[in-house]
Ligand binder design. Sequence first.
Ligand SMILES: *[C@@H]1O[C@H](CO)[C@@H](O)[C@H](O)[C@H]1NC(C)=O
Ligand SMILES: *[C@@H]1O[C@H](CO)[C@@H](O)[C@H](O)[C@H]1NC(C)=O
Ligand SMILES: *[C@@H]1O[C@H](CO)[C@@H](O)[C@H](O)[C@H]1NC(C)=O
Ligand SMILES: *[C@@H]1O[C@H](CO)[C@@H](O)[C@H](O)[C@H]1NC(C)=O
Ligand SMILES: *[C@@H]1O[C@H](CO)[C@@H](O)[C@H](O)[C@H]1NC(C)=O
Ligand SMILES: *[C@@H]1O[C@H](CO)[C@@H](O)[C@H](O)[C@H]1NC(C)=O
Length: 508
Amino acid sequence: MLLAPIAVLFLPWLESALSLGLGGRNMWLIKQKVLQSQERRVQKYFLKNYKILPMFGGMTEPKEGLFPQPLDHFNRRNNGTFKQRYWVNTELWEPHHGPVFFFIGGEQTLTSYSVLAGEHVDLAQKYKALLVSLEHRYYGTSINPDGLTNRNIQFLSSQQALADLATFREFIGQQYNLTRNNRWICFGGSYPGSLSAWFRLKFPHLVFAAVASSAPVRAQLDFTGYNKVVSQSLSNPVVGGSMKCRSAVASAFSQLDGILVGSNTSRLEVDFKSCQKLNGSDDRVEFAGNLADIVMGTVQYNEEVPGRNIANLCRIMTDQKLGSVYQRLMVLNKDYMDSMELQCVDNSHQNALANLRSTEVKPYAMAERQWYYQTCTEFGYYQTCEDKSCPLSRWLTLQFQVDVCAQVFGIDPGSVQGAVDFTNDYYGADHLASSHIIFVNGDIDPWHVLSVLKNQSHSEVALVINGTAHCANMLPVQQEDLPSLRQARQKIDHQIGAWLAEEHLSSW
Ligand SMILES: *[C@@H]1O[C@H](CO)[C@@H](O)[C@H](O)[C@H]1NC(C)=O
Ligand SMILES: *[C@@H]1O[C@H](CO)[C@@H](O)[C@H](O)[C@H]1NC(C)=O
Ligand SMILES: *[C@@H]1O[C@H](CO)[C@@H](O)[C@H](O)[C@H]1NC(C)=O
Ligand SMILES: *[C@@H]1O[C@H](CO)[C@@H](O)[C@H](O)[C@H]1NC(C)=O
Ligand SMILES: *[C@@H]1O[C@H](CO)[C@@H](O)[C@H](O)[C@H]1NC(C)=O
Ligand SMILES: *[C@@H]1O[C@H](CO)[C@@H](O)[C@H](O)[C@H]1NC(C)=O
């Protein structure tokens, strides 16, 4: 009786671990690893803290559902629909006055844990909230079988996604007989963090407040700031970095670049275990990008996978016993490959393009094609290294990354800047002029520079956490949490409490 429901809770993608196949860049592998590790942590936390509660004894929750969503909210002559997946957990809810905590899905599969554990679930227990979550259109299973063709992917956008949130909110309202007393508060991290803020901005009549964690609300074509933070974080002693570490990384990549401009790269192929010979300059960029990903991924997700952190990276990169900086970079690469169980690294640009061009729907794999499409049509966010302060490879250029928009989707690279400008005009970049929003960021996380970092008004609040990486506050509490993180969680809790108390006085 107690064991059966747990089996149901196991995640399908834990089984398909690292089945990403050819063409996945290291960053996507790292991201997948982080997600798996977070799911395990969330699962452990849930079993420890909630499973024992009598209300979860029966385990009728969470409910998973599908509902028909219009494919194009902005053209009613298109009658196409897709089935969008959602979860509901009523166990903690007090129906008459309890709020609704809405977890917004993003650029990957969502799971039942979206309503079972995390900061918002701990808050739901305190505020007796109904928990609901919605998978993002075109990700996970919320996509039609022919959805990824160049023609059909056109209905993937943040504007369509926000309209999905609005219809979903009405749908849940009817299903659960919600009234104005049941205030909605939405939560999201990373891109869904932006959606969370934008949902409140564009639909204030539907959602009472928003928590936006690590939300890059300011779109940017050439995201040079990303590697500026990588550089700062590598030299930040709070997380085990040092100036020595930063300069060792910079000098290793500069040596690498020196070899990459030469005609003979066979030494690199052997030393860094490339699956194939580097064919032309495109493969050299992939090679440099894959090595840079190890550093960028370690910083972005510092401490989010046990043992993977800046301190460990810096220990390797500053250890003279390991030889030259070039040799230390080889050790770092080997250490990364072992942790991912990789035999070799795929540096073929042709393979990368083939992977991005594939229109096969794989619900539990990483969704590079969809996300790349959103960068070409809305956000840019290309992590480049052309700026002098960047400690990684100069081969990471803007041109290379926008050219992929043309190679994969036939999108003119020259049009991407206009798309980014429109996104910022449409949402207000980092000056949203909204209310009841909490922006939470960690200063180690390279994405924080595109978010809101200063209090905008008494009800548009920014929290910057000293020493944490991407979305750290959203995970369940653990013993190792930094005091700064604990304090931020408390502030979020108090702010939500204050806003929910305020609503009883004024009606909306
Ligand atoms: C959808 O529209 C097409 C024409 O655009 C029409 O043939 C079809 O019957 C419509 N389907 C429904 C369910 O209304
Ligand atoms: C909502 O109200 C209807 C009619 O009053 C009732 O039949 C239904 O059970 C209610 N649903 C929930 C989830 O309370
Ligand atoms: C390339 O360099 C390797 C050693 O790094 C050497 O063994 C090989 O002969 C070189 N190939 C050419 C074509 O020069
Ligand atoms: C090498 O790259 C060229 C284009 O630069 C491509 O046409 C060719 O197919 C590639 N060869 C292999 C073996 O991938
Ligand atoms: C914003 O204001 C809150 C108090 O409302 C404070 O705790 C927080 O530190 C402020 N954030 C910044 C970035 O100054
Ligand atoms: C972050 O915390 C460390 C101590 O852990 C402190 O030395 C440092 O000054 C703090 N940084 C900021 C920006 O507050």
